[in-house]
Design a protein around this ligand. Structure first.
Ligand code: BGC
Length: 451
């Protein structure tokens, strides 16, 4: 069995974060309000009323955070740019202080020998755009391309590859269908235009990035979908769920068409959102890389509620993270080999842009933070990744989620995903045992690659 040290020479090691989850300083540097500021202030929206107003205070402490990355020996750092820092109202002139923040960060990363991998949209839409319809409004896609142009004009000379969107599936479902995330709409299937407009925004932004000669990726949340049994009703339900979760956000990019969503009563025009020429724009000349965010597989059974064509079934007999998510490392191999079978030559090289787990970590009396469950999770998933590579899937890098404990959206500060523990009262950062483990793995892999 291949293991993580067998990953190819030149394989890129990284860690990921996102702006609203770490930056804080929401009213500083000319930043405008985002949908998350407004949503988090709503009573009952977020566990314990937590907001990202301070988060990890990364806006002020970024030099310390870059030093932590350097200590890991990372090749790359995936972070997101807060659109409301660049364009406080989502349109019009840029805010120079906002751009300057990311400009300094990019330079510091490069000085530390770390390649920046920015995500242009990780869910923090300027609130002003929400007031004109957010991603339900087609115009938001055009605003996104304008914002991209401003950012890449300034940073593109030093940043070779860019991620347009983070997890458009999760943003559509949690933000627009269920109302669990900002902007908090519970539209169920009427949320589908938010999928199309995000993808259109991707296509328009990708064209801008290509004009600058930059590489284009997207980070999709993907899950291998397993039917609960061989019963044809379970199998059909699993196919329906797979179309919604995986294919809806990957087929248009790689195949230039939407999947069959007829099980949901949805036609090919996604509720009237798709116009002539949109799919060509979305697919463009293809992606330079597919970012895959993987956490766990999904088990699906025939529906119990007549409103949807599927029901989620529990995965039994496996460990669970503090969040309650099943830990199934081989699901990553299954996902990656499944993508290769599904898309064949249309599948670009893959980068794992997120993978990690929440653990209820707290410092021991001697100040150390031991997180053996996280180490086991990472080791298992990296071995599964090496197995997929041995089965000829082209995977170029792995960015763990996350560098720091941070603001876990609707869970507030209740779920810790970091390699580095953050005390949210004092902002003291304490590298956990998993930090040392990841650092040593990176060094050992590098040594093996050169020898
Ligand atoms: C998101 C992250 C989030 C992580 C853990 C992904 O869905 O991109 O922002 O913190 O999963 O829930």
């Amino acid at each position: 069995m291949p293991n993580r040290l067998d990953l190819p020479a030149g394989f890129r090691w990284g860690a990921s974060t996102a702006a609203y989850q770490i930056e804080g300083a929401v009213e500083e540097g000319g930043r405008g309000p985002s949908v998350w500021d407004v949503f988090a202030a709503r009573p009952g929206a977020v566990r314990d009323g937590h907001t990202g107003a301070v988060a990890c205070d990364h806006y002020h402490r970024w030099p310390e955070d870059v030093a932590l990355m350097r200590g890991l020996g990372l090749d790359g750092y995936r972070f997101s740019i807060a659109w409301p820092r660049i364009q406080p109202t989502g349109a019009g002139p840029v805010n120079p202080e906002g751009l300057a923040f990311y400009d300094r960060l990019v330079d510091a990363l490069l000085t530390a020998g770390i390649t920046p991998l920015p995500t242009l949209f990780h869910w923090d839409l300027p609130q002003a755009l929400e007031e004109t319809g957010g991603w339900l409004d087609r115009d938001t896609a055009y605003r996104f391309a304008e914002y991209t142009s401003e950012v890449v004009d300034r940073l593109g000379d030093r940043v070779p590859a860019w991620i347009t969107l983070n997890e458009p599936f999760v943003h559509m479902v949690y933000g627009y269908a269920l109302g669990i995330h900002a902007p908090g709409h519970a539209l169920m299937l009427d949320a589908l235009p938010a999928a199309h407009h995000q993808l259109l925004g991707h296509g328009l932004a990708a064209a801008v990035l290509r004009e600058h000669g930059r590489e284009v990726l997207i980070a999709n949340n993907l899950t291998p979908v397993r039917p609960a049994s061989d019963d044809p009703a379970d199998v059909a339900a699993a196919e329906a769920y797979d179309a919604l979760h995986n294919r809806l956000f990957t087929d248009p990019l790689l195949l230039g068409r939407y999947p069959d969503l007829s099980a949901f009563g949805i036609g090919e025009d996604l509720g009237g959102a798709v116009r002539d020429g949109d799919l060509e724009l979305i697919a463009g000349p293809g992606l330079d890389g597919l970012g895959v965010n993987y956490y766990n597989p999904t088990r699906i059974a025939a529906p119990t509620d007549p409103g949807l064509p599927f029901a989620e079934a529990p995965i039994e007999g496996v460990p669970r993270t503090a969040f309650g998510w099943p830990v199934v490392p081989d699901g990553l191999r299954e996902l990656l080999t499944g993508l290769r079978s599904r898309y064949g030559a249309a599948l670009p090289p893959i980068t794992i842009t997120e993978n990690g787990c929440s653990v209820a970590d707290e410092p021991a009396s001697d100040g150390t933070v031991l997180d053996p469950d996280r180490i086991a999770y990472l080791a298992g998933h990296l071995d599964a990744l090496a197995a997929a590579v041995a089965e000829a899937v082209d995977v170029r890098g792995y960015y763990t989620w996350s560098l720091l404990d941070n603001y876990e959206w609707a869970e507030g500060f209740g779920q810790r995903f970091g390699l580095v523990h953050v005390d949210f009262e004092t902002q003291v950062r304490t590298p956990k045992a998993s930090y040392a483990w990841y650092r040593d793995l990176i060094a050992a892999h590098r040594e093996r690659s050169v020898s």
